[in-house]
Design a protein around this ligand. Sequence first.
Ligand SMILES: Cc1ncc(COP(=O)(O)O)c(C=O)c1O
Length: 410
Amino acid sequence: MVQWGHPMFLGYFGWTTTAPGILGEVISAPLNVNAMTWRTSPAATELETVVIDWLRQWMQLPNEFDGVVYDTASVGIMHALAVAREQAAPSTRTVGLTNRDLPRFRIYTSDQAHSSVEKAAIALGLGEENVQRVPSNAEFRMEVSALRQMIARDQHEKFKPLAVVATVGTTSTASVDPISEIAQVCREEKMWLHIDGAYGGGFAILPEYKWITAGWKEADSIIINPHKTLFVPLDFSVLYVRDLERLRRVFTLVPEYLRGDTIDAEKNYMDYGIQLGRRFRALKTWMIWRAFGRTGMAARIRDHLRLANLLAGWIKIDKRFELAAPVVMPVVCFRFVDADENKIDMLNSEIVERINASGRAYLTQTKLKGSTVMRIGLGNILTTEQHLRKAWGLVQLAAGEVDRALRARC
Ligand SMILES: Cc1ncc(COP(=O)(O)O)c(C=O)c1O
């Protein structure tokens, strides 16, 4: 087993195991209910509606937004873009995309955005190549001027701009795209705006992170993964859509064998996606959020931020390393640079490999503007300053060893 719940597991995004979350899973597992319609489990449906609304309020999304829980953000974006596609090409639900006089649709997202955008385009028949990657700036935020240019070029070449996917908390550096400016472009060009807040969205519960919510009110859809930031065990992802009825219209389909179980006035979550059977995910979420409370969650997130800034401070002091990106959320990208220029990428990869192979800690690597960097994500409530200090010691040690081994080889 790779122990994702271990305090020295610092890969990907901080991922946490908490007693109330475990208890929630323990209670829902033996109940084994299916929340496909209201009637098949009124409690599961009602509780899902309750937690979706709590999160909506915490995120300060207006009342016009309503949501649905899926397993992951990848599934959420596919559903969001299905609605965008239906709006741009009506009747796709009924007659499909082929043999119709339709333009080639384009989706724009930054070069830092998650690969789930391409996966959604693949699944929806929009085509991976029609996801256009917009360059990001030195802070890894989408360049809106480049976005405008790419849209204009595509329009000239008779492509049809369909949607922009903006990210709040990108996978490599947790950067935040300039949503208000992007929203302005979407308004002008009548494009769907989807916000991928899978990781970063949850930070909106902190008043000092209110700035990340600028422009959200203008979005058509937004995804947030409480299983990344808000202490819920995997899996639990919420897609909010402005006027959720648009999503229902694309996916509702009631076969005869379920008709007796569905009444229009009731919320039947099977109507909001391709999935019929649905787990009782809301129980673990309700338990953890009730146990920690909003202020309890905010306090824990602030501690992860404190740790991330502490690590950034240590990195700045050791001149053999440099920070590779601003620390916006508790994600720290850094690089060992005290070596021959053309060996630096390899060295950084080797340091990560060496630490992970030791089993004493786990971190990841990524590429930023073509350079390999190390990456530490904080978010596990068990990770303390002591753990982080130990992990930083391991990085320093491994860097020295790898560097010496390389010099000996040369
Ligand atoms: C920014 C971003 N969006 C989407 C995803 C996909 O999330 P999921 O695993 O819930 O599909 C990730 C995963 O790390 C991510 O970082």
